[in-house]
Every structure is written in C-alpha cells, then in structure tokens.
Ligand binder design. Sequence first.
Ligand SMILES: Nc1nc2c(ncn2[C@@H]2O[C@H](COP(=O)(O)OP(=O)(O)OP(=O)(O)O)[C@@H](O)[C@H]2O)c(=O)[nH]1
Ligand SMILES: *[C@@H]1O[C@H](CO)[C@@H](O)[C@H](O)[C@H]1NC(C)=O
Ligand SMILES: [Mg+2]
Length: 410
Amino acid sequence: MASGTARYLRYILFAFFGLAVIYFISSSSTQIPGSGTTKWPGTPMPQKPGSSAAPAAPATAGESTVTSGTTPNIPEGLPPAAHDGPRMNATFVSLARNSDIWEIARSIRQIEDRFNKKFKYDWVFLNDKPFDSTFKKVTTSLVSGTTHYGEISKEHWSFPEWIDQDKARKVREDMAQRKIIYGDSVSYRHMCRFESGFFFQHPLMKQFEWYWRVEPSIELFCDINYDTFKYMADNKKKYSFVLSLYEYVETIPTLWDSTKKFMKAHPEHIAEGNSMGFLSDDGGESYNHCHMWSNFEIGNLDWLRGQAYTDYFNTLDQDGGFFYERWGDAPVHSIAAGLLLKKEEIHFFNDIAYYHVPFTHCPTGEKTRLDLKCHCNPKDNFDWKGYSCTSRFFEINGLDKPEGYENQQD
Ligand SMILES: Nc1nc2c(ncn2[C@@H]2O[C@H](COP(=O)(O)OP(=O)(O)OP(=O)(O)O)[C@@H](O)[C@H]2O)c(=O)[nH]1
Ligand SMILES: *[C@@H]1O[C@H](CO)[C@@H](O)[C@H](O)[C@H]1NC(C)=O
Ligand SMILES: [Mg+2]
C-alpha cells in the first residue's frame, strides 16, 4: 500500500508541475507587444480615406517602452512613436530602375524596421520606364503603407528643345576623358534634372505635402521613435539633411554664375536671414561648393512647388548646365534651401544615423547612440572631418556642437 501512495503522490506532483509550466508559458506570451493585450496609445493607425492598405495592425514597435520601462527611449520634447491622430500628409519617394530592386529592398527594410512600421506612411516609386511585376510585388510586400508606382513623363526625362545636342555630347566625351564620375552619362543627367525640378510635380506626388527621399543601398543605424514629418511641421522646417560635403567643382563650374543671375533677377525670392554663410565665404561672390547630400532628404513639397523654387529651377534649366556640365540635384537643392529659406527652416537630423556609399552619419554623443539602439561605429562619423560642411552649418546657426565631436575630427 505504501508504494501505491507514493505513486499517487508522484502523479500529483507531476500534474502540478505540468500545470505550472503551462501557466508560465501562457502568461508570458500575453506580454508580447502587439499580441493585443498590451496597452499602447492609439494602437490602430487610422487609414486615410481611399487607402487600399492592409488593415491597420497594432503598432508592434517600441518594445522596451511598452513593457519594461528600463530603457526610456522617447527623447524628451519629440512627438511620440505613434500618435492617435491622423498621420501627416507625407510619403516616402524613391526614384529607381527595375534593376535596382534588391538594393531598394534593403533600403526599404531598414526604413521599415527603424521607423515606418510604427507609422505606415505611403511610398511612391518613380521610374522613367514601367515598373515590372517583381519590382511591384517585392516592394509592396516590404512597405507597411500603401505603395504607388509612377512612370515619368517624357517631358521630365529628356533634353529640352533649347539644348544644343552637339555641345552636350562634346562635354560628355571630354568628361569621360577626364574620368569625371558619371561625366559621360546621359541618364545620370536626366536623373539629376528630374530630381532637381520635377519629382515633386509628378501626379502621384501632388497629393502630398511632405516627402522623405530614399535611394537604393542606404543604411539606417538607429531607431527613430518619433514622427519626423510632424517634427518638421511643428518646428517650421522645410528642408533637412544628415550629411554635407563639398561638391566636385568640375561638375558645376558655372552653377554659381547662374545662381547670381537668378538672385539679381529675383531679389524678392531671396530670404532675409538665409544661409548664405553656408554656401559662400565671401558674401555671395563665389560658391564654396558646400552642399547637403540629397540622397537623404526630408522636405516640404509645397516649398519646392512654390514660385521661388520654380523660378530658380527654370533659370538653371534655361542655362543648360544639367547637360553642358553635370549639375547635381544636391547642390541645386542646397543652394535653393540656403537662399530661399530662412536659416531656421533647415534642419540637421543628428539622430538619424545614415549611410550612403561612401559616407556615414553616426550620431555624436554616446547617450544618443545607446538610447536609440544604434549599430554604427562612431569612428565612421563624417560630420566633423575636414571634407564635411556640417561644422559650418553649426557655426552659421550659432549651434553648439554635440559633446564628443572633438574626438571625431580625424
Ligand atoms: N528610373 C531610373 N532611376 C535612376 C536612373 N539613374 C539613377 N536612378 C535613381 O536615381 C537615384 C540616384 O542615382 P544613383 O545611381 O544612386 O546616383 P548617386 O547616388 O549619385 O551615385 P551612387 O554612388 O552610384 O549611389 C537612385 O535612386 C537611382 O535608383 C535611371 O536611369 N532611371
Ligand atoms: C496634402 O497636401 C497636398 C499638397 O499640399 C494637398 O493638395 C492635399 O489636399 C493635402 N491632403 C490632405 C488630406 O490634407
Ligand atoms: Mg545613390
């Protein structure tokens, strides 16, 4: 009988242990963010009317801020990681070829993981040719918002009639000889002209007020826990950057001449309190070649569609330097932002860590990097090195450089 009692006891013990395990598993699984049991402010993102996106899923981001509270990850004074109200009138935009699919896929995945899964903004893809089904399938699967695919009109991707084709061809041959990067390329020139003057005019872009430009093969190294578009709007910013540098002078020898011509013809467009000090060391006589790198941009589309920018672009386009030289959209956007905007309207995103070959912006300041779960090597940060113009931006705006910048100067 004694052995029977022991067996009975052992059975009860096993049963108890088993139940405890089941209880433990089920109770911990309810802690997984996004399972529907965690409290999250404004969980379902409201969809815009007419949007065909998948039904709004609960925001799954901001894990640490939801459960543990040990990693305060929302920087003070910034908009929250997801907000109750409607989203901003904003979109991502990428110009790409079908052959760029795997490179743009990498970029999208990083933007989604670090930012957009929390906000589900739309994404516009533009191409001078029709997108193929693989491009559409893959990008639609990666983007959490609605995707839009647009073809660029001939008018926005061709030589204007006033361009002398022979002269343009000789320039390309000469630049090829001199081994100027993309100097012999026709398509690169159409691309630069399109990004300078037309992407914001595309019918798919007209419905939006804000854009974030994304190129293939970029990297993001830190979490972005607030709505950057809302930040821009709340702080009256119109244009922004993460990296700045000097342009190859061979590609823009007469860009400043055309700019001076524009300034003379349209003094009404030149903003008081602009950023001339960022662009010129002699009060506007000559260009120092500083520009903000436009492969990353968060900006205001209504500003680009406005009269001032339109007049500036048209002056440049008439002078033909997109084809007779190799003017890039980066110096064009930067000069426009520098002259047509008040200097407070340009924003430097120290907290958006970014790479586009060959330069990295890794936030200065260890606390920022740890709070934002960054995985960039601070040694790679380009900001305070000799070829960057970011120091100059800080100086003309009277901003204090972030702590630790001295250790990153070479
Ligand atoms: N549809 C289309 N997109 C293009 C073409 N050329 C460039 N692009 C896109 O325009 C943007 C800039 O082109 P990139 O080749 O990245 O130029 P870059 O950044 O100066 O040079 P990289 O160092 O090669 O990145 C990217 O988003 C490209 O996908 C083209 O001929 N057609
Ligand atoms: C978004 O912005 C565009 C451009 O300014 C505007 O035409 C459109 O009406 C706006 N949409 C909403 C929903 O506010
Ligand atoms: Mg690129």
